[in-house]
Design a protein around this ligand. Structure first.
Ligand code: PMT
Length: 221
């Protein structure tokens, strides 16, 4: 790219789903393909940023020009890597779909089928973004919100509770938005309450629109 507006900016991006293992052959996960996060990483590299991409399992090709790529599987592994690099960075964008729960007991052996019903006990994963919100000093912190109802209300609540600068909301029930597809339809909510509604765009363009907003915050911190 020819743009250099993110030169010398250190940007941490998370992408993809997490996988929470039940036994050696099974796991809990979600429909995240990684496309939104990888588009952000590509766009940030093209604009001159030093980009660390921390990614859950995806089938996507690793973007060229990254400063660092870290592959993780579980929410706990993602947390460890994000916290490790957090002090280094100027911007964090959390596009990953982190599992809120993990199986309480991992079985080292494949769980056998029985005649009766079975109950899988889950325990809560830590909220990585909320922890970052508590630690943040100079960092611009950007979250995503995948919603199906009360979109704006839920997103605003997350922005406040997690101490974010921006939250990017997608209604994952709408065609052309959210999981798996190459486009997204988002609202960008700022911490002062301003809400911008973007039309349906390729994820790469959504990524650049988000980076444009982040620049405003970088220049005023
Ligand atoms: O990967 P794609 O197929 O391209 O799909 C894109 C997407 C739908 C995954 C993406 O646009 C998106 O919405 N990502 C966030 C999904 C999500 O987990 O939303 P949430 O509302 O559950 O979480 C809110 C925020 O907190 C997110 O930034 C999430 O990364 C973060 N979080 C959530 C739970 C947790 N335990 N730790 C976290 O850090």
């Amino acid at each position: 790219g020819t743009r250099t507006d993110l030169q010398n900016k250190k940007i941490l991006i998370t992408a993809g789903p997490t996988r929470e293992p039940i036994d050696p052959v099974r796991f809990i996960s979600n429909h995240s393909s990684g496309k939104m996060g990888y588009s952000l990483a590509e766009a940030a590299v093209e604009r001159g940023g030093e980009v660390i991409l921390i990614s859950g399992p995806t089938s996507l090709e690793r973007p060229a020009g990254l400063y660092k790529y870290v592959a993780v599987e579980t929410a706990l592994e993602m947390r460890e890597q994000v916290l490790k690099f957090f002090p280094w960075c100027d911007v964090v964008i959390k596009a990953a779909a982190v599992a809120d729960y993990r199986p309480k007991n991992y079985s080292g052996r494949k769980i056998k089928k029985k005649d009766a019903e079975m109950v899988l006990e889950l325990e809560k994963n830590p909220d990585i973004l909320k922890e970052l919100g508590e630690k943040k000093d100079r960092q611009v912190l950007v979250g995503f919100a995948a919603e199906t109802n009360d979109i704006q209300k839920n997103a605003l609540e997350k922005l406040n509770r997690k101490n974010l600068d921006l939250i990017v909301v997608n209604d994952v029930t709408v065609e052309g938005a959210g999981f798996g597809v190459d486009t997204n339809i988002v609202k960008i909510i700022h911490r002062n309450g301003t809400i911008e509604e973007l039309p349906k765009m390729p994820k790469k363009e959504v990524a650049n629109a988000i980076l444009d907003r982040i620049l405003q915050y970088l220049n005023y911190s």
